[in-house]
Design a protein around this ligand. Structure first.
Ligand SMILES: NC(=O)C1=CN([C@@H]2O[C@H](COP(=O)(O)OP(=O)(O)OC[C@H]3O[C@@H](n4cnc5c(N)ncnc54)[C@H](OP(=O)(O)O)[C@@H]3O)[C@@H](O)[C@H]2O)C=CC1
Ligand SMILES: O=C(O)[C@@H]1CCC=N1
Length: 277
């Protein structure tokens, strides 16, 4: 692969054209990736139609020689489908750099199926859809610095990134930030329900809850203080926040929440074992 610059986009193929592929693809097109440099393989007709309507991209139902031009192949399929899709595709993509967003599937499995050591894994999250995501990245040792920069260029359209040195850490990233938006939405749902129970309308409760999450997150981002210190600033001794936090402590909410994230991490490890090579 030739040296990339900030303005040169690679020829890129997506295997799987669902939620995550659309987030990355949409961001790249927005950045200026020409449609002629994109191939998508997506067996589900409804998803192919959606890609055409949303981005003007014509997707193929199956892998074929059209993939041979791809310099980068983005794997955005479910872990359970990865092996079969890789075996269908590997004869067309031997010269490509492979970038997988699949949860759990280890780079050693991907390298084995594809017959290539040039494999990077990314674990994004759904705020990628609005360019506000964060991705954990891991590269196999044979991936060059230039190829790492190329991956950063591709993922930049989805938001921020951080590299991890040990691949096992990606399962923790998956549990924390990959699945994380679902936890935020879960708490939003509960806050809205509480607001309605206390006499606010659903619309009022939603407005208040979303603004509170957004404002508190932005404050934590901009502040030099720890989340614990920021929490203490809200909590007057004997006041309302204290009453709420004591209820949460009594229910050991933090312990349950940590256990929930460990369950997600364990599931990522299981997927790697069950669906890997
Ligand atoms: N959603 C999220 O928040 C995140 C997801 N991920 C990972 O991203 C990956 C994709 O997830 P997501 O985009 O949500 O899933 P989607 O179900 O939205 O998209 C996957 C698409 O791939 C299609 N597909 C199935 N088999 C093949 C094949 N052989 N070749 C090409 N395409 C195929 C599926 O079709 P069909 O439905 O017919 O099977 C589906 O349309 C998963 O591995 C997941 O772990 C990572 C981070 C966050
Ligand atoms: O739930 C999942 O398995 C995927 C991976 C992270 C977010 N969604």
């Amino acid at each position: 692969m030739s040296t990339t610059t900030a303005t040169r986009f690679p020829q890129i193929a997506f295997i799987g054209g669902g939620n995550m592929a659309s987030a990355i693809l949409g961001g790249l097109i927005h950045q200026g990736l020409p449609l002629g440099q994109i191939e998508v393989v997506e067996p589900w007709e409804q998803a192919r139609t959606a890609l055409q309507q949303q981005f003007g991209v014509v997707a193929h139902a199956g892998a074929g020689p059209q993939l041979e031009r791809a310099e980068v192949v983005v794997w955005a399929i479910k872990p359970q489908n990865f092996k079969d899709a890789a075996l269908d595709t590997q004869s067309y993509t031997r010269n490509a750099l492979h970038l997988s967003v699949a949860a759990g599937i280890r780079s050693s499995s991907i390298a084995h199926w594809l017959g290539s050591e040039r494999v990077v894994r990314a674990m994004p999250n759904t705020p990628a859809l609005i360019g506000q995501g964060i991705s954990g990245l891991y590269a196999r040792p044979s991936v060059s610095e230039t190829e790492r920069l190329l991956v950063e260029q591709i993922m930049a359209s989805t938001g921020a990134h951080l590299w991890v040195e040990a691949e096992a850490q990606l399962d923790a990233v998956t549990a924390l930030s990959g699945s994380g938006p679902a936890y935020v939405f879960y708490f939003l749902e509960a806050m809205v329900q509480a607001g309605v129970d206390m006499g606010l309308s659903a619309a009022q409760s939603e407005q208040l809850a979303i603004a509170t999450f957004a404002g508190a997150s932005e404050l934590a981002k901009r502040s030099h203080e720890s989340p614990a210190a920021l929490r203490e600033r809200v909590t007057s001794k004997g006041g309302t926040t204290y009453a709420a936090l004591e209820t949460m402590r009594g229910a050991e909410l933090d312990r349950h929440f940590i256990a929930a994230l460990r369950a997600a991490q364990t599931r990522a490890q299981e997927l790697g074992d069950a669906c890997g090579a």
